[in-house]
Design a protein around this ligand. Sequence first.
Ligand code: ZN
Length: 658
Amino acid sequence: MQSLWNKKEASGVESDIALRVYTSQLLGRDHTLVLHGGGNTSVKVSATNIVGETEELLYVKGSGWDLETIAEAGFSPVRIAHVLKLAKLEKLSDPQMMNELSTSMTRAGAPAPSVETILHAILPYKFVDHTHADAVLAITNTPDGGQRIREIYGKDCVIIPYVMPGFDLARLCAQKFATESHGGTVGMVLMNHGIFSFGATAHESYERMIELVGRAEAYLAAHKAWQLPAPQSAPADRTLRLDICSLRRAISDSAGMSMLLLTDGTPKALSYACHPDIGVISQQGPATPDHVLRTKRVPMHGRDVAAYARAYEDYFKRNAPKAKQPKTMLDPAPRVVIDQEFGLGYAGRTTKDAAIVRDLYTQTIDIILRATSLGGWSALPEADIFDVEYWDLEQAKIKKAGASPAFAGEVALVTGAASGIGNACVEALLRRGAAVIGVDINPGIAKIFSDRTDFLGLCCDITSAQAVANALETGVRAFGGIDMLLLNAGIFPGGRRIDSLQDNEWRQVMQVNLDANLILMRECHPLLKLAPRGGRLVIIGSKNVPAPGPGAGAYSASKAALTQLARVAALEWGADGIRVNTVHPNAVFDTGIWTDDVLAARAKHYGLSVEEYKTNNVLKTEVTSRDVAELAAEMCGALFAKTTGAQVPVDGGNDRVI
Ligand code: ZN
């Protein structure tokens, strides 16, 4: 375990709170210590309030903040005097506790303080650091975990048996601390949960955390349980997209909402999925209880979603009656899937949620494998996990949850996505919460939106059936399926009359604007059929379909044939719940097709200036890519739920069309 303390970085940092922020970020940077909101830290300071009184305050990590990126605003300032009085109560429910903590803060608008606030307050040290260190969990989650932990830490740490986080844990720690701590106490281990370190300075407390976790790592190494087995890569040599789409459909149906399914076919994921004891080691429970809120208690091993859901309902029925308050069952769908062919799958409403599941479970694999090498992996009994999954505070959050974006949990594929209307469609769909696969012949597609996890850009020549199949395979493995297909890619080679139209130009236009779309429709049909809320196909047609102009024979004929193909698809696919609609834009000049030369030539053809040509419609308005994209996206949504086979112009009104 490496200390990340950097003298240079720390040199300008002076106040206790600023140092608290700095070392909290250091803990957060090491993902073997904490991940995604796990762990918490605090510092006790004196402050003068507005009426000149001195108050002792606890700055403790607020909920909704990650240690890795925490700022001062992420710490909740709580009056210690009141919290210490709370710690002396015989009983305090979690909602009462959170109310008392929130009303003891000195900054309105600060985040809700951590549920471990009382525990931080009673520990008699200025700085307190708490992590869910992998190495410590790999040791506590074994049959002789308690004995091993005592062997490692001796009298340096107070050791607390597992109790759910909250008031009861704080009380137990207070009791144990009163009898077992001494001048040399530097930390505290919470069995099956994590570890605390303390110090008079931020630096001391941080270095003690590194040293204590380092001891756990050294213990694992000494017992030949540190080195992980080298992953054996065994990727399936067949296409899996239909299997993945079917599985995602079943998971979505079970969850009662559309879900994304991110798959992980890395050697690590595949070799874990193919571990000879996977059926046993994966079914014990999470590494630390709060993972249950993201990963559910156990992954689904195999593809039988109905059996998984039945087992989940049984688990709920076994444990809910023992709870003090009546509980509302969460959806019974898995969040982690273990599959020998595709590796691991992570389900979530958004790519962000699914990626959190992935990060937590990837870390859990190491913990499980090390604990297995040490003497056997054993997680907490299911009743303890149930208490965390269904505690009052989490149940309250479910009731408060607002509406999701229109396309949450759904996936769209857009062709010609690197520029113009295609690019605007990507943006319109992302704004509505969809994950988007953008394909384009321009390799630059891989770099656009590269800061987003909900966009996958694939360079693909859509006239090649093999390239399309490869793109679909990659896209489905990334997000789990395809719900919406937006066929936008097209070429417009410029004005040429029939008497000079050459075969090769005609064929090229037909190949891109028509044949490629047949390939995409044919290959996507079985995937769209499995869309949890019904598949949707939107064709970007052209005004030239209802009102062709001279000099664009190949283009107009290709778009007319495509429109006719879409009408047939609407008839053929209606029974599969797939809606097919077409938009006919006109004179959209912020697209790749409209180079300045083409624009000038067309304007001249009609005897207009470029400006007049741009707004040459009934409404005298310019039509932009965004206007077209918004209509195309809406055609995938609730507004058009009962519409298929429609052709809607988006052209500012064209007298020949009207
Ligand atoms: Zn914790």
